[in-house]
Design a protein around this ligand. Sequence first.
Ligand code: PRX
Length: 652
Amino acid sequence: MVSVKGKSLEGLLTEFRRFYPSTEFKKNAHLTSKEEIEKLSKYPEKFWESYASELHWYKKWNKVLDWNPPHSKWFVDGELNVCYNCVDRHIKNGGRNKAAIIWEGEPGDTKTLTYWDLYREVNKFANVLKKLGISKGDRVAIYMPMIPEAVIAMLACARIGAIHMVVFGGFSSEALRDRINDCKAKLLVTADGGYRRGSLIPLKHDSDYAVKDTPSIENVLIIKRGEFPLRVKKGRDFWWHELEEEVEPYCEPESMNSDDSLFILYTSGTTGKPKGVLHSTGGYLTGVYTTSKLIFDMKDQDVFWCTADIGWITGHSYIVYGPLAVGATLFMYEGAPDWPEMDRYWRIIDKYGITIFYTAPTAIRAFMKAGTEYLKPFSLETLRLLGSVGEPINPEAWIWYYTHIGKKRCPIVDTWWQTETGMIMVTTLPGYHTMKPGHAGFPFPGVSLDILNEAGEPVDPDEGGYLVLKSPWPSMLKGIYGDEEKYLEKYWSKWNGKYYFTGDGARRDSEGYLMLLGRVDDVLSIAGHRVGTMEVESALVSHPSVAEAAVVGITHEITGQAIVGFIVLRDNIDKDFDLEDSIREHVVKKIGPIARPRKIIFSSELPKTRSGKIMRRLLKDIAEGKVLGDTTTLTEPEVIDNLKKQYEIIEG
Ligand code: PRX
């Protein structure tokens, strides 16, 4: 049902439209009553404890929370195994023949693993890890395409208590190398390759370049996906399909302390170097289990599809750990949404009867742009709930998603969270809340947040401010791997350790709906993925022709933001198109295609304040073609004119 109060449908700052879950949806949803939700929110520790109790523990906790700011320990002294909870528990509870993973490769090949199949594979994988000398606490790097073995490898690590560190398969070998070196991984699990947009991505071949310079790596375990060219280094590299023949079919799960580390996942921050976000075992699992069940309203019959890659937190929490802890059937797809045509996702939804679909605004905007012709042959009738994540979803895209994909029948959950939070923190509850396009909604029960001004005071309704989290939540990051100082500085220093600072701006309206306003720090959001400006700048200045670089994000209609690099060349270097390409490709080599600058603007100088700080705001205005603000603090005001001229040449 839609209600519109006399405003045009598009691009409103004040959103008057309201959408309600259907009676049908409400009737069957897990959470529907105000009293229940209020009760859960009122006693957070009780709430988390009750959901933790639905999981399997070898030893029960003595205390729910030990809060020693800024570190929290959840389910103190409790012991459990994440893999046991995601696999064995369901086998013991009658789920043995249920599909755990339904997978489709980009070329169209397909595979289904029941919970029993998954159990068999994970046990053997865990024994192969052991055979390769991996034990509790060791770090294992995973660099894989979107194939079931990626999930199996993660679960196998969890089974033996090894800490996995997944690197997105689209990252470059240099990015892989740096992450391996930071956490000193002992083993790299990769595949011969994967398919993306019809091309072969030779992951093993690429990772050979990384492993050349990673002294901690002792072995490389290769999964065979297809027929990809590669070299196997004797004594170091092993094929999974060969080793699995040599191991026992059962591996006893390790009883882990609730606060032991489950994984490290690197994410971009304001510095040049990505940070290794460290997550716990018991708290993390409780957080993703509870949110999967209540926000995605997962039921036994559902087929849940989260389109993220396993290399991002969304893949960790809502492909692997949350849905499998619930015992759901998850769907996984290897390739690109537009391959071979823009209809691939809709084809998949009908073919596999997907019921819950979770994707990113960038994808929705790309589909919206392609038009509804691609949708015509598909009924999408199995869908019952939609989700969005990674960046703000603009009302126009929200309405399109609701109308054309959800057929005005499916509620949408716009979920705000971060690598660091591990689980969804802000959303609507699909069987209860009224939805307001462009507004993520409310704090999830048990989450306490606020919006503050610079002085740390709460702002008034409808006023923008900094989004902070006020008290710990179970899947809160444990810290940054090997860098306590950075953890304190990045998240806790702004208001002297009182609040966790998210780095996001937000606004709350008079009805309590939160609207996310994007990052307030130097982190860009490209297609919903975090890219640090400093990270790209470091990559740019490592090009032999570049002397200085500054990077800004500009608004982009599909990807949310796009990267513009301002470059000062070294003396005696001629700027030409070849050079521009070579600089772009250099960034791709250093980080990956995600960080490729959309535009490069050459300048003889960068605008700086008298104290020598690059004026990025000014550069952003130039890149966005806006009227310039105050330039009186500039050392050389004519720098701006030159830059503007350059920009006009490029735009023209
Ligand atoms: O800026 C917010 C944006 O993505 C950031 C977190 O990025 P990452 O750690 O890579 O995790 C992405 C997937 C959880 C946040 O600080 N963000 C995420 N979800 C939303 C969002 N912005 C607005 N609305 C959302 N639903």
